[in-house]
Design a binder for this molecule. Structure first.
Ligand SMILES: [Zn+2]
Ligand SMILES: [Zn+2]
Length: 396
């Protein structure tokens, strides 16, 4: 079903599209200026010509709709008019910028997406869907290589679910291939919400970056021995990723621990999380009714609470409280701990967890991907580091 990746000169195509897009942005702004401020028709025509450059998307070429020669001086005049009339409006926010959608390769693969907010099924192209996932799952400020890695991971996850590709669909919504619930499938955000999410000044820059990351990796997915992988990821591993078997009791050959010194810049590299002993004991008793320790006994006899077992990578596997064992992953979700890589201490009437990293620690470390990108690695190297022994292939 999947063939090894072909060498496609996407870089060249992409650069062409990018330069044209910039031109198009300028042209659209100048056109709008003429419409808003009733500039003479000749200027309006000039702006129309400016926006009428051909746009190359993949192999398709969208032809301009106008054709005429206008002297450069007229174009310059329009440019000056844009700067004088439109830029202040942008700055004070009284003018809403037109939605400029960077091109993304059209895909012959479509999917049915269940959108939670509207409770509706939406038919969407795979590549367009991947843009919304990357926007939702990774900070758009990250290095382009990290965004590309996330795009391939998002597409890989989708390929595992899309029924026309042999996937099993979203079992929470029988008509859908995927839903936008990150706790079930993967997060997705519509473009209409991105301006609010990023702010008007960053919107165009971020959306262009993400669109480029998707276009540059179009159709690419990750496989292990010809099978589409489970591309799990997390925010910050804190020094070393975790074995899938240590978290989910099922070993996966490509989800094995790797050292990671690339996520040191994460704000979640080390955090402190405090709980009152009363709240902590209450939460533990909800997990196991046989726990009899009290907040008072934890204050006076700390051996009542110890780390019972660690994984091979040094994360906590289970704790012992009042002689009862609780899995660290269960503890983590009950308390909302950032990860299971923690140490704890009792301070007065509080328990303090010092936690390394954020997330389950398995697979791709997102901040690590950003750090690897900054260190000069490309998205393939990033993916093949966090998903050991895998290949990047194209959906046929
Ligand atoms: Zn789902
Ligand atoms: Zn890491």
């Amino acid at each position: 079903m999947f063939a090894p990746s072909k060498t496609i000169d996407k870089e060249l195509c992409h650069r062409q599209a990018h330069s044209d897009r910039k031109y198009q942005l300028f042209g659209r702004m100048s056109c709008l200026a003429t419409e808003l401020f009733f500039l003479p028709p000749k200027l309006a025509k000039a702006s129309y010509i400016l926006r009428a450059r051909p746009i190359i998307i993949g192999e398709a070429k969208l032809e301009p709709r106008g054709q005429s020669l206008v002297r450069p001086v007229v174009g310059l005049f329009v440019g000056i008019a844009v700067v004088i009339l439109v830029m202040p409006a942008i700055i004070v926010g009284s003018w809403k910028s037109p939605a400029i959608d960077p091109p993304v390769p059209s895909s012959d693969i479509t999917l049915q997406l269940y959108v939670s907010s509207s409770k509706q099924l939406v038919k969407i192209g795979l590549e367009d869907y991947v843009r919304g996932v990357v926007a939702a799952e990774m900070p758009a400020s990250f290095h382009p290589a990290a965004l590309r890695a996330q795009a391939v991971a998002a597409r890989t996850y989708a390929a595992k679910r899309i029924r026309s590709l042999g996937g099993r669909g979203c079992d929470a919504h029988p008509q859908a291939d995927l839903c936008d619930n990150p706790a079930h499938c993967q997060a997705w955000v519509p473009v209409s919400q991105l301006q609010q999410k990023w702010g008007m000044l960053e919107y165009q820059n971020y959306w262009t970056k993400i669109s480029e990351a998707v276009a540059m990796t179009a159709r690419e997915i990750i496989t292990y021995q010809g099978i589409i992988i489970d591309p799990v990821f997390h925010s910050t591993c804190g020094g070393q990723t975790e074995d899938a078997g240590a978290v989910w009791q099922q070993s996966v050959p490509y989800l094995v621990p790797v050292k990671c010194s690339y996520c040191q810049h994460s704000p979640k590299l080390q955090t402190e999380q405090r709980y009152s002993l009363t709240a902590f004991v209450g939460a533990m008793r909800e997990l196991d009714g046989a726990i009899t320790v009290t907040a008072q006994s934890l204050r006076t006899t700390s051996p009542n609470l110890t780390i019972a077992e660690k994984t091979a990578t040094g994360r906590v596997s289970s704790i012992s409280i009042g002689g009862r064992n609780i899995k660290a992953t269960t503890l983590r979700s009950a308390l909302g701990l950032n990860s299971t890589r923690f140490v704890h201490k009792i301070e007065g009437d509080q328990i303090v967890f010092t936690v390394q990293g954020y997330g389950h620690g398995v697979g791709l470390c997102q901040y690590g991907a950003d750090g690897m990108g900054q260190a000069g690695y490309d998205y393939r190297a990033i993916l093949q580091y966090y998903y050991q022994g895998t290949q990047i292939t194209e959906i046929r």
